[in-house]
Design a protein around this ligand. Sequence first.
Ligand code: AMP
Ligand code: TRP
Length: 325
Amino acid sequence: MKKRIFSGIQPTGSIHIGNYLGAIKNWVQLQNEYDSIFCIVDLHALTNPQAVLKMQEKILDLATIYLSAGLNPKKCILFVQSQVPEHTELTWLLNTITPIGELERMTQFKEKAQQFKQSINMGLFDYPVLMAADILLYQTDVVPVGQDQKQHVELARMIARKFNHQFGETFNLPEALIYKNSAKIMSLSDPSKKMSKSMSQGCLFMTDSPDIIKDKIRSAVTDSGSEIKYDPKKPAIANLLAIYSAFSELSSNQIEQKYKNKGYADFKKDLAEIVIKGLEPFQEKKKALDKKPDFVKKILVNGAKKARKIARKNIFEAKKKMGLV
Ligand code: AMP
Ligand code: TRP
């Protein structure tokens, strides 16, 4: 039996190369080896009040991005979270065994609570339990995510262990799978912050035109000195090297050799070319698929059917163990 992977992204706007290198690009490889399920987590997106706007458009866009990046509905299940109601049902069951103290510890919650000081909604607090439900509902073995989600996967594992202990063996214990090089792509304008949609300045989007890519890379901040060399004390060049390496499949060492007697200008010029080339097949496919929304929607409907079949069986087990059926 193949091991199962599950992962998801929120439909909250454009996807950047952090999402691509930290998540989707790896999924495209993984779908060949694993029993794979990839989700568009619209219920998670609802915790951000602005996300509610144009939700259907954003869902369709993210689905189109998944497909254009190389996820193949013949090899994996692609679906929208809210189309499988068992996710919310399991969330409630898991809520009843999740200690509040654990949720208060979550870094993402603490950050978001800072950001939305006046209006921290309950969903933001419960976000990691919904994510645990996503993962456990499919008896997931492996969860490929960026570094920032590791804590949430560990919480899902803790909840599964607690459930099994209290009600008998029910859930698989999931493990996070994190790719070292691209686990955390940083902002091009501030390498101390992670690249994110909310900081459009230093953010390279998957759909940026070649000119914009050149511009953004040319104006990316650099460290003091002029050497192209990995140094943990020089976060800007370390980040550009990580991006170069991920798009070229060359190691940091090989890239350092290549630019031994060259400066930042040459390096950045080549980096822009490599990123443009790397994104070209994706961008072409996306343009074509954007014209076929019905085709994409059908894939999602089919995906939800397949996902629901698995979900139904597992929610029944969980309810039975808890004495509800
Ligand atoms: P989000 O955009 O927060 O929904 O994240 C979707 C996926 O992309 C998750 O697996 C994240 O861990 C990953 N991700 C988000 N931002 C980055 C980043 N800057 N570098 C690497 N991975 C990221
Ligand atoms: N919380 C994840 C993020 O912000 C998205 C997500 C929701 C997820 N459910 C998941 C990722 C289940 C992996 C598995 O990136």
